[in-house]
Design a protein around this ligand. Structure first.
Ligand code: 13P
Ligand code: SF4
Length: 343
């Protein structure tokens, strides 16, 4: 795998504003009342509420489905609801709007953006494509609709290797925007012709090798589950190969992949390298198992902008709605549907 030389106009961090993370002081009774109001509004509006695994616990608990970005796209594609309330970030709501052009897609807070999606613009992709004209473009789902419209395939962390493996050898692959996911996909498929864009998620990048080593020192029998966006993946793949980390207990998994893995694993303790929101679902689904976050500060401020209050406001006012221009949606849907067919 080689790294692209990109003409970056500014640092990735200059491209987005991190919203403050609001601490909510609702009592259990207030939470229950707000959740009831949301369920009543969903019935009234014929709405389905989809929540990503990184959402606040009380938002996950009121949702019709809680899953990773792939499963949420699949749920959006097949729902017969008239309204989709997307409790996730902007690119996920855009994907739902592309897959469901006849439905209203609500994103309760427009500050719910994504640092990784912000790292690549459509102009940068066009510039990159012009430099490697025979390449196949694979875009992570964490990209804007405009970037997807210029891509051949879309992928998520759950199926990146599968998508890459489906591309005939002999053509270089421009993989964007996550450099760490690109490294995992290259390793899992054995492809040396992946050219990676240098983007990253500011949350997963903070998950570093020294934290992994510390957690193994403290809990030697754990299984290590790392999201492929983590900053430590290349180092951990190398360490799993040279035996510094236990190879049979080190896994690179999407959020949904982590849930599936834990369900069938005989292990009782896990180190979890991803955003902390997933812990709520892990404790709920596997109360007898123990989970340690690899980095207890891995919190996505964008995901936490969605609250029970702004979901209620969004359903009451039917705003903000996410719309994708028709031509962009038509072209982006090719890349998304190719992925869904493979999934
Ligand atoms: P998943 O594809 O695992 O849901 O991850 C999406 C995301 O935003 C990861 O940070
Ligand atoms: Fe984007 Fe990272 Fe937040 Fe996921 S965790 S939505 S990749 S900023």
């Amino acid at each position: 795998m080689s790294n692209a030389v990109m003409q970056q106009r500014e640092t990735f961090e200059e491209r987005y504003t991190l919203p403050p993370i609001e601490t909510i002081h609702d009592t259990a009774e207030e939470i229950r009342r707000k959740q009831e109001r949301i369920r009543a509004l969903c019935t009234e509006r014929k709405a389905i509420l989809l929540a990503h695994l990184y959402q606040r616990p009380e938002v996950q608990d009121v949702a019709d489905a809680v899953a990773d970005s792939l499963k949420l796209s699949q749920a959006a594609a097949k729902t017969d609801a008239e309204v989709i309330v997307f409790c996730g970030v902007h690119f996920m709501a855009e994907t739902a709007a592309i897959l469901c052009p006849d439905k209203a897609v609500l994103l309760p807070d427009l500050r719910a953006q994504c640092s990784l999606a912000a790292s690549v613009t459509v102009e940068e992709l066009l510039e990159w494509k012009a430099k490697v004209p025979d390449a196949v473009v694979v875009s992570y789902i964490n990209t804007s609709a405009a970037v997807k419209a210029e891509s051949d395939y879309c992928c998520t962390s759950a199926n990146a290797a599968k998508v890459v493996a489906a591309i005939p050898a002999g053509r270089p692959i421009l993989f964007l925007p996550d450099q760490y996911l690109a490294a995992v996909a290259a390793r899992q498929t054995g492809r040396s012709d992946i050219i990676a864009y240098p983007g990253y998620c500011h949350v997963h990048k903070m998950i570093q090798p020294d934290q992994v080593l510390e957690i193994f020192d403290a809990h030697p029998d754990i299984e290590l589950l790392l999201h492929p966006e983590c900053g430590c993946v290349s180092s951990c793949m190398a360490r799993a190969l040279d035996g510094t980390l236990p190879r049979d207990r080190t896994f690179f998994l999407s959020t949904e992949g982590m849930l599936r893995h834990i369900e069938q694993s005989p292990a009782s303790e896990f180190a979890v390298g991803t955003e902390l929101g997933i812990l709520h679902q892990l404790h709920k689904r596997f109360p007898e198992k123990t989970f340690y976050p690899v980095n207890p500060n891995a919190v996505c401020a964008f995901m936490k902008t969605i609250t029970l209050d702004n979901i209620i406001h969004s359903l009451e006012t039917m705003t903000p709605q996410i719309r994708v221009p028709e031509e962009i949606a038509r072209r982006a849907s090719r890349a998304i549907n190719r992925m869904l067919e493979l999934a």
